[in-house]
Design a protein around this ligand. Structure first.
Ligand SMILES: NC(=O)c1ccc[n+]([C@@H]2O[C@H](COP(=O)([O-])OP(=O)(O)OC[C@H]3O[C@@H](n4cnc5c(N)ncnc54)[C@H](OP(=O)(O)O)[C@@H]3O)[C@@H](O)[C@H]2O)c1
Length: 301
């Protein structure tokens, strides 16, 4: 089976390559800039049609949450128009598209873990473009699976775990927000879920699903676990000071509740991610083996 993944150096695209390497029945091709640009529809169609994949995984996106507040048009072009073109090209080939979306489609004001059918009410430009992207993908290709995820980290690219390790190497104490709750998700686990769906079970199970790491925490709890895991491997560790969202200003408002309920995915596909703590320990171990301080290894979000 030939799987086409959009994005070259992204956390998820890189994780898909790594997980697929252990699956002999899969040929995975990545398309990315400059030949494939989500803000250039003709490059999208050309790249996807030329590869003739059996399924398309739409992993690339405009992910700079704060910058999107000032770059509304660019974010819209990539996350809505570009995402729709990817889905449309897959539809032309009569193959499914697995499109990745986000907890930011919700307001974050609910008190429960969000279900797929809950009202989406984004509070940021990024969340708005990702929601419109979901709608555009669904109307461009009836064979679609939209997987919403959250708090993605991995051994690749820029992410919270890498940032915490870098800061711990520089400071004794770090202030981390303790009133935003969510489900940390290893991109490697998400990649495993996507490849499971792509290879066996996509057919006739189209629709929206939530897929995250198992269990929930807040950013401060996440940071403490990163430091426990790091210390256990002789890496840097720091004291975590809890702060409130109001004390940590960001251009785009962060959801207080990012928790996504993944029961539908488990009922449908018989798969649930490992506990977030276990996957975090593995990613910390791997980051300590490379130069985690080097942000240029990241994708810059
Ligand atoms: N990161 C999170 O915490 C998080 C949370 C929820 C949902 N998600 C969603 O999960 C998916 C994967 O995220 P990620 O963490 O892997 O993102 P990432 O590490 O920021 O990677 C983004 C990817 O998109 C590509 N890209 C951006 N603009 C492009 C353009 N104009 N044309 C072609 N490619 C472009 C980048 O290309 P280059 O390779 O050229 O840099 C990169 O490969 C995205 O849909 C994101 O919205 C992420």
């Amino acid at each position: 089976m030939k799987i086409l993944v959009t994005g070259t150096h992204g956390q998820l695209a890189t994780s898909l390559v790594e997980v697929a390497a252990g699956m002999p029945d899969i040929t995975l091709v990545r398309v990315g800039r400059p030949g494939f640009d989500l803000s250039d529809p003709s490059s999208i169609r050309r790249a996807i049609i030329a590869e003739k994949p059996d399924i398309v995984v739409s992993a690339a996106a405009y992910t700079a949450v704060d910058r999107a507040e000032d770059e509304r048009d660019q974010a819209y072009q990539v996350n809505v128009v570009g995402a729709a073109c990817v889905a449309e090209a897959a539809a032309t080939l009569r193959v499914p598209v697995i499109h990745v979306s986000t907890d930011y489609v919700f307001s974050g004001e609910a008190s429960h873990a969000y279900l797929e059918g809950d009202e989406a009410e984004p509070k940021t430009v990024y969340g708005y473009t990702k929601l419109r992207g979901e709608h555009a993908v669904a109307s461009a290709n009836p064979r679609h699976l939209i997987l919403r995820t959250s708090w993605v980290y991995s051994p690749f690219g820029s992410n919270f775990v890498r940032t915490m390790l870098r800061l711990a190497a520089e400071r004794r104490a770090i202030a981390v927000v303790a009133d935003q709750w969510g489900n940390p998700t290893s991109a490697l686990d998400l990649a495993a879920a996507i490849l499971l769906v792509a290879t066996h079970r996509a057919r006739d199970r189209y629709g929206i699903y939530h897929v995250t790491g198992e269990g929930e925490t807040n950013w401060a709890g996440f940071a403490r676990h990163v430091f426990r895991a790091s210390a256990a491997h002789g890496g840097p560790s720091a004291e975590v000071k809890d702060i409130a969202t109001a004390e940590y200003r960001t251009k785009a408002r962060r959801p207080l509740n990012s928790r996504l309920c993944c029961d539908k995915f488990e009922r449908t596909f018989g798969w649930r991610a490992p506990p977030w703590q276990v996957s975090t320990e593995e990613v910390v171990r791997r980051l300590l083996e490379v130069d985690y301080r080097n942000q240029s290894q990241g994708t810059g979000v």
